[in-house]
Design a binder for this molecule. Sequence first.
Ligand SMILES: [Zn+2]
Length: 118
Amino acid sequence: MKPQILKGDTVMVRRGKSRGKRGVVKATFPALATATVEGINVVKRHTKPQQQSGNMGASTRTGGIVEKEAPLPLSSLQYVCEACKAPTRLRRGETKEHRRARICVKCGEPARESAKGA
Ligand SMILES: [Zn+2]
């Protein structure tokens, strides 16, 4: 199994218009091999104001622009090590706490493990 990018990891975008930007993974979608990254690949969704007319007068729910991160393919994201702050890769290895920890290939520091239920 390939060490995966997990929710809460810092990643750098390797491809596309957001190339070189860094952000924190908000959510991963393993089935689709995509992830959303905070502040990256933000798309604007326009919501229409909803008008309801009635005897009590028209009430208007304000429409507007909702900004939302669109998923990016995991293959275009590179893990950024929290210890050495460099875009790096992860390998599996043993630490005192974990038998299959994710370890930075650059500095050898273990990455934090996924939050339970994430
Ligand atoms: Zn490192």
